[in-house]
Design a protein around this ligand. Structure first.
Ligand SMILES: [Zn+2]
Length: 140
């Protein structure tokens, strides 16, 4: 299982985006560097949540997703490394809905919970369920 390295700044950006969108779920894309045994998150991209029930589910706006994927691809030292979405009222773990359909099983998902206080946890998807991933928070 890979270790995820993320800057405090990246965590703060995800939390701020989630607070701005609350009570709607926020969602976005994470870019950085993928190695064999580690994932380094360097950039957080906000997306618009276009799900018809945005207070309980999320769906990344396809135009945002395409634009961001292309932007990441154009940068030589950047890879797509994951996704995030928020749970404005918690919990700080994937919901049943999250586990029932995950569109990017090869990539980790960060969950931003705003309740009872802001927290960000990371998960990988294997064998139809999410597993928690170790995170190293850094000040780079
Ligand atoms: Zn969720």
């Amino acid at each position: 299982m890979p270790v995820i390295h993320v800057a405090e700044k990246g965590i703060e950006e995800m939390v701020r985006h989630s607070q701005r969108e609350s009570p709607r779920e926020a969602c976005g894309i994470l870019a950085g560097k993928l190695d064999d045994d580690s994932v380094r998150i360097k950039k957080v991209y906000d997306c618009e949540n276009v799900h018809p029930n945005p207070n309980g589910e999320y769906f990344l706006k396809p135009e945002d997703q395409l634009r961001i994927f292309l932007e990441i691809e154009e940068q030589e030292d950047m890879d797509l490394v994951g996704f995030y979405h928020s749970h404005p009222r918690g919990p700080d773990s994937p919901s049943l809905i999250d586990s029932s359909k995950y569109y990017w099983p090869g990539y980790p998902m960060a969950i931003v919970s705003l309740s009872p206080e802001p927290s960000v946890t990371f998960w990988t998807y294997q064998k139809d369920r999410f597993h928690p991933v170790d995170v190293v928070r850094e000040r780079f």
